[in-house]
Design a protein around this ligand. Sequence first.
Ligand code: DON
Length: 303
Amino acid sequence: MTDIAAILREIHETVGRSADRGRVADYIPELAEVDPGRFGMSVVLADGSEHSVGDAAVPFSIQSVSKVFALALALGRLGDRLWSRVGREPSGLAFNSILQLEHERGIPRNPFINAGAIVVTDAVLAGHAPREYLGELLRFIRAAAEDDGIHIDDSVARSETETGHRNFALAHFLRAHGNLENPPELTLGAYFHQCAVEMTCTQLARAGRFLMAAPGMPRMVSADRVRRINALMMTCGHYDGSGDFAYRVGLPGKSGVGGGILVIAPGRAAIAVWSPGLNAQGNSKLGTEAVELLARRTGWSVF
Ligand code: DON
């Protein structure tokens, strides 16, 4: 039997020796304060057992990992109608790029780049107050994790609201193309707070169990949707680093600039890793290396 606890200890030691931990995101001032020396990892197995190492109980800003939960909510609310407003193709460009929007009539390539995630949030918001949307999102995440302690860090949301000029540009551009139903400030207010959800690795791995599709795990969405969300995580979850992540890890994953990654080994495990230093594509550097090692040691792969 694979000894996950021993593998996690080995991973922790290996990444601890790493001289290059990547660079902490600083375009959201509040995130620039985070200690780059942090590292945590949690694995929930299909039998419900849990294993953690390092700073797995320290909360961090999940940022773009929240886009997975928002997408699950949007698909539940709109079904396939969502795909008239956002595509399902990798963009090959940075997460915050505006380039393709102009050529592609304001339809973002996929729901995980910022433009696509803003459309997803806008679609669920649908004229309701951001507070109602955020309440629904938190209910979803808390139910998935079976943990009512999960909350939003308002200071991170405020920090991004003050500096999120690229996202404002994206939202206004979407609105100009008729692909934003709510005023940009309203949708972005909801989006910035969604990104500011704070979780520990343990909470995030538990919240990801519904994507594992194993018997006895929380059933938040249909099995069909679980497969499709995983497909999008595999093809688009790491932006212009998605191909490299698929090549190195072989499992669907979604990253965030807070340094967290949620990774799913279908039928086997939900994995959360956190290391705040990022690589050139804005994905956790050591987090990626850690799940690459985990996949190699366990043999977990969708291929
Ligand atoms: O919109 C942003 O720029 C951030 N709130 C989230 C971006 C993000 O996490 C990209 N992921 N690596």
